[in-house]
Design a protein around this ligand. Structure first.
Ligand SMILES: [Zn+2]
Length: 88
């Protein structure tokens, strides 16, 4: 593998990991585990992350903005309401 490809791969992996880290923290998932997971492989791990967080998560509509959010969210990622959707 040429050196520039190695650098490019690293940049892509880093961007993916950063995006997953940010998304996981918004969703109340374990961002460190998911962020590390995102560094390992591209694009398979991104797809796995999206499937796990989107399809296996039960979603409920936000009381304020009505957008679908996971029922164990600590806050709504759309409108930022801290109590919305938080299962007590
Ligand atoms: Zn909302």
């Amino acid at each position: 593998m040429p050196f520039w490809m190695f650098i490019l791969l690293f940049i892509v992996l880093f961007c993916q990991a950063a995006w997953i880290f940010n998304d996981a923290s918004k969703r109340g998932e374990n961002k460190w585990i998911w962020g590390f997971f995102g560094l390992l492989n591209v694009p398979t791990n991104l797809i796995v992350y999206l499937i796990v967080t989107r399809c296996f998560a039960k979603s409920i509509p936000c009381k304020t903005c009505g957008k679908k959010i996971k029922n164990d969210f600590k806050f709504c990622p759309h409108c930022g309401d801290i109590n919305n959707g938080y299962k007590k």
